[in-house]
Design a protein around this ligand. Structure first.
Ligand code: COI
Length: 351
Protein backbone atom coordinates (compact mmCIF):
# COMPACT_ATOMS: atom_id res chain seq x y z
CA UNK A 1 0.00 0.00 0.00
CA UNK A 2 1.26 3.46 -0.83
CA UNK A 3 0.02 6.46 1.17
CA UNK A 4 0.86 9.71 -0.62
CA UNK A 5 2.16 12.60 1.52
CA UNK A 6 -0.31 14.84 -0.39
CA UNK A 7 -3.20 12.83 1.11
CA UNK A 8 -1.90 13.49 4.64
CA UNK A 9 -1.52 17.19 3.78
CA UNK A 10 -5.03 17.33 2.27
CA UNK A 11 -6.60 15.92 5.43
CA UNK A 12 -4.59 18.28 7.66
CA UNK A 13 -6.17 21.25 5.84
CA UNK A 14 -9.71 19.85 5.89
CA UNK A 15 -12.48 21.53 7.89
CA UNK A 16 -15.86 19.89 8.43
CA UNK A 17 -19.06 21.96 8.58
CA UNK A 18 -21.24 21.39 11.66
CA UNK A 19 -24.24 20.41 9.58
CA UNK A 20 -23.00 17.79 7.13
CA UNK A 21 -26.27 16.46 5.66
CA UNK A 22 -25.96 13.15 3.80
CA UNK A 23 -23.27 12.45 1.19
CA UNK A 24 -22.56 16.11 0.41
CA UNK A 25 -19.32 16.59 2.32
CA UNK A 26 -16.50 14.25 1.23
CA UNK A 27 -13.20 13.56 2.95
CA UNK A 28 -10.37 15.00 0.81
CA UNK A 29 -8.73 11.55 0.46
CA UNK A 30 -9.55 8.36 -1.40
CA UNK A 31 -8.25 4.83 -1.96
CA UNK A 32 -7.84 3.24 -5.38
CA UNK A 33 -6.54 0.00 -6.78
CA UNK A 34 -6.42 -1.10 -10.42
CA UNK A 35 -7.19 -4.55 -11.78
CA UNK A 36 -5.33 -5.34 -15.02
CA UNK A 37 -3.82 -8.38 -16.74
CA UNK A 38 -5.70 -10.67 -14.38
CA UNK A 39 -4.33 -9.21 -11.15
CA UNK A 40 -4.73 -6.43 -8.63
CA UNK A 41 -2.11 -3.66 -8.46
CA UNK A 42 -0.95 -1.67 -5.43
CA UNK A 43 -3.52 0.05 -3.22
CA UNK A 44 -2.95 3.82 -3.26
CA UNK A 45 -4.22 6.45 -0.84
CA UNK A 46 -4.24 9.84 -2.55
CA UNK A 47 -5.96 13.19 -2.25
CA UNK A 48 -9.59 13.09 -3.46
CA UNK A 49 -9.50 14.01 -7.11
CA UNK A 50 -11.52 13.94 -10.32
CA UNK A 51 -11.25 10.86 -12.52
CA UNK A 52 -10.27 11.06 -16.16
CA UNK A 53 -12.20 8.54 -18.28
CA UNK A 54 -12.01 7.72 -21.96
CA UNK A 55 -15.48 8.18 -23.54
CA UNK A 56 -15.50 4.46 -24.46
CA UNK A 57 -14.93 3.40 -20.84
CA UNK A 58 -17.26 0.40 -20.55
CA UNK A 59 -18.96 1.48 -17.32
CA UNK A 60 -20.36 4.54 -19.14
CA UNK A 61 -22.11 2.34 -21.71
CA UNK A 62 -22.85 -1.02 -20.12
CA UNK A 63 -23.04 -0.14 -16.42
CA UNK A 64 -20.62 -2.76 -15.11
CA UNK A 65 -20.43 -1.22 -11.62
CA UNK A 66 -21.01 -2.20 -7.99
CA UNK A 67 -20.84 -0.43 -4.64
CA UNK A 68 -21.28 -0.82 -0.89
CA UNK A 69 -22.45 1.43 1.92
CA UNK A 70 -20.86 1.03 5.36
CA UNK A 71 -20.25 3.26 8.36
CA UNK A 72 -17.55 4.10 10.90
CA UNK A 73 -18.70 5.47 14.28
CA UNK A 74 -16.93 7.57 16.85
CA UNK A 75 -19.67 8.30 19.34
CA UNK A 76 -18.17 9.49 22.67
CA UNK A 77 -14.75 9.48 20.99
CA UNK A 78 -14.20 5.74 21.62
CA UNK A 79 -13.75 4.78 17.96
CA UNK A 80 -13.52 4.85 15.08
CA UNK A 81 -15.18 1.48 14.86
CA UNK A 82 -16.90 -0.41 12.07
CA UNK A 83 -20.05 -2.53 12.06
CA UNK A 84 -20.01 -5.96 10.36
CA UNK A 85 -17.39 -4.81 7.84
CA UNK A 86 -16.68 -8.35 6.62
CA UNK A 87 -20.38 -8.73 5.74
CA UNK A 88 -20.09 -5.64 3.52
CA UNK A 89 -16.99 -7.07 1.90
CA UNK A 90 -18.65 -10.43 1.31
CA UNK A 91 -21.74 -8.80 -0.21
CA UNK A 92 -19.49 -6.62 -2.40
CA UNK A 93 -17.82 -9.74 -3.73
CA UNK A 94 -21.19 -11.46 -4.31
CA UNK A 95 -22.26 -8.37 -6.30
CA UNK A 96 -18.96 -8.58 -8.21
CA UNK A 97 -19.59 -12.22 -9.13
CA UNK A 98 -23.11 -11.44 -10.42
CA UNK A 99 -21.80 -8.54 -12.51
CA UNK A 100 -18.92 -10.59 -14.02
CA UNK A 101 -16.29 -8.61 -12.13
CA UNK A 102 -13.26 -9.87 -10.19
CA UNK A 103 -13.53 -10.25 -6.41
CA UNK A 104 -11.57 -7.76 -4.32
CA UNK A 105 -9.19 -9.55 -1.91
CA UNK A 106 -9.81 -8.99 1.81
CA UNK A 107 -6.46 -7.27 2.29
CA UNK A 108 -7.25 -4.64 -0.35
CA UNK A 109 -10.88 -4.07 0.65
CA UNK A 110 -10.28 -3.81 4.41
CA UNK A 111 -7.01 -1.83 4.11
CA UNK A 112 -8.70 0.68 1.79
CA UNK A 113 -11.62 1.17 4.21
CA UNK A 114 -9.34 1.35 7.25
CA UNK A 115 -6.76 3.73 5.77
CA UNK A 116 -9.37 6.21 4.53
CA UNK A 117 -11.04 6.06 7.96
CA UNK A 118 -7.71 6.41 9.78
CA UNK A 119 -6.88 9.55 7.83
CA UNK A 120 -10.39 10.89 8.44
CA UNK A 121 -10.68 9.80 12.08
CA UNK A 122 -11.04 13.39 13.34
CA UNK A 123 -13.95 13.91 10.96
CA UNK A 124 -16.30 11.18 12.14
CA UNK A 125 -19.27 13.19 13.49
CA UNK A 126 -19.87 12.33 17.15
CA UNK A 127 -23.58 12.98 17.73
CA UNK A 128 -25.75 9.87 18.03
CA UNK A 129 -27.03 8.80 14.61
CA UNK A 130 -24.13 10.49 12.81
CA UNK A 131 -21.15 8.65 11.33
CA UNK A 132 -18.58 8.47 8.57
CA UNK A 133 -20.37 6.90 5.60
CA UNK A 134 -17.90 4.81 3.59
CA UNK A 135 -18.52 4.05 -0.06
CA UNK A 136 -16.40 1.28 -1.61
CA UNK A 137 -17.12 0.91 -5.33
CA UNK A 138 -15.72 -0.73 -8.44
CA UNK A 139 -16.30 -0.17 -12.13
CA UNK A 140 -15.13 -1.35 -15.55
CA UNK A 141 -12.39 0.91 -16.93
CA UNK A 142 -11.60 -1.02 -20.09
CA UNK A 143 -12.02 1.21 -23.13
CA UNK A 144 -13.85 -0.10 -26.19
CA UNK A 145 -17.45 -0.48 -27.23
CA UNK A 146 -17.61 -4.29 -27.44
CA UNK A 147 -20.26 -5.88 -25.23
CA UNK A 148 -18.25 -8.40 -23.30
CA UNK A 149 -17.11 -8.56 -19.70
CA UNK A 150 -14.38 -5.99 -19.16
CA UNK A 151 -10.93 -7.11 -18.11
CA UNK A 152 -9.85 -3.87 -16.45
CA UNK A 153 -11.42 -2.35 -13.35
CA UNK A 154 -10.86 0.28 -10.71
CA UNK A 155 -11.75 -0.36 -7.05
CA UNK A 156 -12.10 2.78 -4.95
CA UNK A 157 -13.13 3.92 -1.47
CA UNK A 158 -14.37 7.41 -0.66
CA UNK A 159 -15.96 8.59 2.61
CA UNK A 160 -18.45 11.21 3.73
CA UNK A 161 -19.18 12.51 7.24
CA UNK A 162 -22.99 12.18 7.48
CA UNK A 163 -25.96 13.08 9.61
CA UNK A 164 -29.46 11.68 9.08
CA UNK A 165 -30.36 10.25 5.69
CA UNK A 166 -33.96 11.47 6.11
CA UNK A 167 -34.62 15.08 7.02
CA UNK A 168 -38.31 14.67 7.85
CA UNK A 169 -40.11 12.28 10.20
CA UNK A 170 -41.90 9.08 9.28
CA UNK A 171 -42.22 7.99 5.66
CA UNK A 172 -45.16 8.03 3.28
CA UNK A 173 -44.65 5.12 0.94
CA UNK A 174 -46.14 4.52 -2.51
CA UNK A 175 -47.02 0.93 -3.41
CA UNK A 176 -45.49 0.69 -6.91
CA UNK A 177 -47.97 -1.31 -9.00
CA UNK A 178 -46.78 -0.25 -12.49
CA UNK A 179 -43.01 -0.62 -12.61
CA UNK A 180 -40.90 -3.56 -11.45
CA UNK A 181 -37.48 -3.37 -9.79
CA UNK A 182 -36.15 -6.90 -10.28
CA UNK A 183 -37.07 -10.31 -11.64
CA UNK A 184 -35.97 -13.85 -10.72
CA UNK A 185 -32.60 -14.62 -12.22
CA UNK A 186 -31.90 -10.90 -12.63
CA UNK A 187 -29.53 -8.71 -10.66
CA UNK A 188 -31.88 -7.40 -7.95
CA UNK A 189 -29.76 -8.84 -5.13
CA UNK A 190 -26.58 -7.15 -6.41
CA UNK A 191 -25.64 -3.69 -5.19
CA UNK A 192 -25.16 -2.34 -8.68
CA UNK A 193 -25.97 1.11 -10.03
CA UNK A 194 -28.48 -0.24 -12.57
CA UNK A 195 -30.89 -1.31 -9.83
CA UNK A 196 -30.86 2.21 -8.40
CA UNK A 197 -31.10 3.84 -11.85
CA UNK A 198 -34.16 1.67 -12.55
CA UNK A 199 -35.84 2.94 -9.38
CA UNK A 200 -35.49 6.63 -10.19
CA UNK A 201 -38.56 7.05 -12.41
CA UNK A 202 -40.67 5.69 -9.58
CA UNK A 203 -38.82 8.03 -7.17
CA UNK A 204 -39.83 10.94 -9.42
CA UNK A 205 -43.47 9.85 -9.34
CA UNK A 206 -43.28 9.41 -5.55
CA UNK A 207 -42.00 12.98 -5.18
CA UNK A 208 -44.65 14.42 -7.52
CA UNK A 209 -47.36 12.69 -5.47
CA UNK A 210 -45.91 14.13 -2.24
CA UNK A 211 -44.64 10.82 -0.84
CA UNK A 212 -41.15 9.74 0.27
CA UNK A 213 -40.29 6.23 -0.95
CA UNK A 214 -41.31 3.40 -3.27
CA UNK A 215 -42.37 -0.05 -2.10
CA UNK A 216 -41.59 -2.60 -4.83
CA UNK A 217 -43.67 -5.71 -5.49
CA UNK A 218 -42.64 -9.00 -7.03
CA UNK A 219 -42.44 -9.27 -10.83
CA UNK A 220 -43.90 -12.77 -10.60
CA UNK A 221 -47.14 -12.27 -8.68
CA UNK A 222 -47.40 -8.44 -8.45
CA UNK A 223 -48.41 -9.00 -4.81
CA UNK A 224 -45.39 -10.03 -2.72
CA UNK A 225 -43.61 -7.13 -1.05
CA UNK A 226 -39.92 -6.93 -1.96
CA UNK A 227 -37.92 -3.87 -0.87
CA UNK A 228 -37.75 -0.08 -1.04
CA UNK A 229 -34.98 0.78 -3.57
CA UNK A 230 -32.30 1.54 -0.96
CA UNK A 231 -33.87 -0.02 2.14
CA UNK A 232 -35.52 -3.22 3.39
CA UNK A 233 -39.11 -3.36 4.64
CA UNK A 234 -40.53 -4.56 7.98
CA UNK A 235 -44.04 -4.58 9.48
CA UNK A 236 -45.26 -5.51 12.96
CA UNK A 237 -48.44 -7.58 12.60
CA UNK A 238 -50.19 -8.94 15.70
CA UNK A 239 -46.98 -8.32 17.65
CA UNK A 240 -44.83 -10.38 15.24
CA UNK A 241 -42.11 -8.83 13.12
CA UNK A 242 -42.63 -9.62 9.41
CA UNK A 243 -40.16 -9.04 6.58
CA UNK A 244 -39.95 -10.53 3.08
CA UNK A 245 -37.60 -13.50 2.95
CA UNK A 246 -34.45 -12.87 0.92
CA UNK A 247 -34.56 -14.05 -2.69
CA UNK A 248 -32.45 -13.09 -5.71
CA UNK A 249 -34.72 -10.07 -6.26
CA UNK A 250 -34.04 -8.42 -2.89
CA UNK A 251 -30.84 -6.87 -1.51
CA UNK A 252 -29.67 -8.88 1.50
CA UNK A 253 -29.48 -5.96 3.93
CA UNK A 254 -26.92 -6.09 6.76
CA UNK A 255 -29.10 -3.77 8.87
CA UNK A 256 -32.05 -6.07 8.04
CA UNK A 257 -30.32 -9.21 9.28
CA UNK A 258 -28.96 -7.42 12.37
CA UNK A 259 -32.48 -6.27 13.31
CA UNK A 260 -33.78 -9.82 12.86
CA UNK A 261 -31.10 -11.13 15.25
CA UNK A 262 -31.83 -8.35 17.77
CA UNK A 263 -35.60 -8.91 17.59
CA UNK A 264 -35.22 -12.66 18.18
CA UNK A 265 -32.89 -11.91 21.09
CA UNK A 266 -35.62 -9.67 22.56
CA UNK A 267 -38.07 -12.57 22.34
CA UNK A 268 -39.99 -11.10 19.41
CA UNK A 269 -41.26 -13.63 16.85
CA UNK A 270 -39.76 -12.90 13.44
CA UNK A 271 -41.50 -14.10 10.29
CA UNK A 272 -39.27 -14.15 7.20
CA UNK A 273 -41.74 -15.31 4.57
CA UNK A 274 -43.45 -14.03 1.46
CA UNK A 275 -45.37 -10.94 2.57
CA UNK A 276 -48.50 -10.28 0.49
CA UNK A 277 -49.40 -6.60 0.01
CA UNK A 278 -53.10 -7.56 -0.01
CA UNK A 279 -52.71 -9.30 3.36
CA UNK A 280 -50.68 -6.39 4.73
CA UNK A 281 -53.36 -3.87 3.67
CA UNK A 282 -56.04 -6.02 5.32
CA UNK A 283 -53.93 -6.13 8.51
CA UNK A 284 -53.58 -2.32 8.44
CA UNK A 285 -57.34 -1.89 7.93
CA UNK A 286 -58.11 -4.24 10.83
CA UNK A 287 -55.63 -2.46 13.10
CA UNK A 288 -53.44 -5.60 13.30
CA UNK A 289 -50.43 -3.90 11.72
CA UNK A 290 -49.23 -1.58 14.46
CA UNK A 291 -45.84 -0.51 13.02
CA UNK A 292 -43.90 -0.54 9.78
CA UNK A 293 -40.40 0.68 9.03
CA UNK A 294 -37.63 0.91 6.48
CA UNK A 295 -34.05 0.02 7.35
CA UNK A 296 -30.62 0.20 5.78
CA UNK A 297 -27.08 1.36 6.46
CA UNK A 298 -27.78 4.91 5.34
CA UNK A 299 -31.34 5.12 6.66
CA UNK A 300 -30.71 3.18 9.94
CA UNK A 301 -34.39 2.59 10.89
CA UNK A 302 -37.13 4.98 9.83
CA UNK A 303 -40.82 4.52 10.67
CA UNK A 304 -43.38 4.30 7.86
CA UNK A 305 -46.53 6.26 8.67
CA UNK A 306 -48.64 5.19 5.70
CA UNK A 307 -48.83 3.22 2.47
CA UNK A 308 -50.45 4.82 -0.59
CA UNK A 309 -51.93 3.86 -3.93
CA UNK A 310 -51.38 6.09 -6.95
CA UNK A 311 -55.20 6.60 -6.94
CA UNK A 312 -54.95 8.52 -3.65
CA UNK A 313 -56.12 5.66 -1.41
CA UNK A 314 -54.10 5.73 1.82
CA UNK A 315 -53.53 3.10 4.51
CA UNK A 316 -52.55 4.77 7.77
CA UNK A 317 -50.22 2.88 10.15
CA UNK A 318 -48.51 5.01 12.82
CA UNK A 319 -47.06 8.48 12.60
CA UNK A 320 -44.05 7.87 14.84
CA UNK A 321 -41.76 5.14 16.18
CA UNK A 322 -43.78 2.27 17.65
CA UNK A 323 -42.42 0.41 20.70
CA UNK A 324 -40.73 -2.34 18.65
CA UNK A 325 -39.14 -0.04 16.07
CA UNK A 326 -37.95 2.33 18.80
CA UNK A 327 -36.37 -0.47 20.83
CA UNK A 328 -34.73 -2.03 17.77
CA UNK A 329 -33.33 1.30 16.57
CA UNK A 330 -31.95 2.21 19.99
CA UNK A 331 -30.35 -1.22 20.45
CA UNK A 332 -28.79 -1.27 16.98
CA UNK A 333 -27.41 2.27 17.34
CA UNK A 334 -26.25 1.48 20.88
CA UNK A 335 -24.16 -1.43 19.59
CA UNK A 336 -22.84 0.56 16.62
CA UNK A 337 -21.98 3.51 18.86
CA UNK A 338 -20.62 1.21 21.61
CA UNK A 339 -22.93 2.29 24.41
CA UNK A 340 -24.50 -1.20 24.54
CA UNK A 341 -22.58 -4.48 24.87
CA UNK A 342 -21.68 -6.00 21.49
CA UNK A 343 -22.74 -9.53 22.35
CA UNK A 344 -22.88 -10.68 18.72
CA UNK A 345 -19.29 -9.53 17.94
CA UNK A 346 -20.39 -7.16 15.19
CA UNK A 347 -18.03 -4.31 16.02
CA UNK A 348 -14.39 -3.93 14.97
CA UNK A 349 -12.32 -1.09 16.39
CA UNK A 350 -9.80 0.54 14.06
CA UNK A 351 -6.31 -0.51 15.14
C1 COI B 1 -27.00 2.32 2.02
O1 COI B 1 -27.88 2.20 2.88
O2 COI B 1 -25.81 2.34 2.34
C2 COI B 1 -27.31 2.39 0.61
O3 COI B 1 -26.48 2.07 -0.20
C3 COI B 1 -28.60 2.94 0.18
C4 COI B 1 -28.50 4.22 -0.55
C5 COI B 1 -29.91 4.67 -0.77
C6 COI B 1 -27.75 5.31 0.15
Amino acid sequence: MKIYQEAIEAISKFTMPDNVGFGKVLLPVMASCEYKDGKWGELEITPYKKLELDPTCKVLHYGQEIFEGMKAYNFSGNGPNFFREVDNMDRFNRSAARMAMPGVPKEIFINAVHEVTRLGKNFVPKRSGESLYIRPFMFATECNLGIKPAEEFLFMVIASPVGSYFQGGSLKVLIEREMIRACPGGMGAAKTGGNYAGSLLSAKKVKELGFDQTLWLSATDKDSVEEMSGMNFFAVINGELHTPKITDTILDGITRKSLITLAKDMGITVVEETLSIATLIEAIKKGECSEAFACGTAAILQPISSLHEVSGQAYQIKDEYGPISKRLRETLLGIQERTIEDKFNWVTVLK
